[in-house]
Write a new protein. Structure first.
Length: 85
């Protein structure tokens, strides 16, 4: 079980690191206000290149994938702890 927990933690850590680096890179290319506007409202502006919006979508998918994997790992740990009590 510990091996599984460590594997999930490393996987989540790698995805988190990739997400942070991607977000930092994106912040160098466009104002974060426009990123927030796109994420919260779905609004695109013509001043921003389409591939930047594609990158935002990729980063959101990466973040979602990491969160879902972590939730799954936490559910497994909770199940094991309930069974062993």
């Amino acid at each position: 079980m510990i091996t599984t927990e460590v594997a999930f933690a490393r996987s989540t850590w790698r995805k988190s690191k990739e997400f942070s680096a991607g977000l930092h890179d994106l912040a160098q290319r466009m104002p974060m206000e426009l990123v927030r506007l796109y994420v919260t409202e779905g609004v695109r502006t013509p001043r921003v290149r389409i591939d930047y919006y594609d990158r935002i979508d990729e980063l959101r998918a990466l973040r979602r994938e990491a969160l879902l994997a972590e939730m799954s790992a936490l559910e497994q740990v909770a199940r094991v702890r309930l069974v062993t009590q």
